[in-house]
Design a protein around this ligand. Sequence first.
Ligand code: AMP
Length: 213
Amino acid sequence: MKIVMLGAPGAGKGTQAKLIAESYGIPHVSTGDIFRANVKGGTALGMEAKAYMDKGELVPDELTVRILLDRVSQEDCRNGYVLDGFPRTIPQAEVLDSELSKMGEAIDHAIDVEVPDENIVKRMGGRRACLKCGATYHIVHIPPKQEGICDNCGEKLVQRDDDKEETVKNRLKVYHEATQPLIDFYSGKGVLKTVDGTLPQEEVFAAIKAILG
Ligand code: AMP
């Protein structure tokens, strides 16, 4: 099963993608996580990506598509995957579509996690992340057991540079311009489903499970 998660940054699609991955036994593929791992590792790819990420801008399609196609061609993706944060532009979706169709395959479900912009700004201000294991929290909605400390690995939690308010506003602008058109793209392919991302996390996941079966 191949799934694409759509929705504004901070809509909770990463959290839902992780739940889907666990529940259906398929890898969670996040281009944002791949970029962050490269930033942390100080690779050339990471250095190139960081300049865009820190401003809330998109990493160029050519680079992003290359790392994504490389990831989904790995053995563990053979039975499917859940894409989180990719595609972010129509050209990215078109490349993915044409690469899949070469193999007689296609995206089975595109799930749009809908949340109004004003909720997003509030949510992202409270977001905290563990840069060691990638876990994400929210100071109100998903607090760690011990304040400021990751439940999984005990690392200190931080606010990611790209979760700061000015960056969030820019990311929303970029989302509306570049990414929202993907809703029509996948709707045209008959695979789009929408869930209400303002509901509690478990209810959003229950709605997704009802869609995926
Ligand atoms: P995310 O964790 O998905 O919100 O991604 C964090 C940042 O990584 C984004 O703000 C972009 O700068 C970059 N990024 C992640 N995925 C993509 C993509 N598909 N296309 C372009 N840039 C991306």
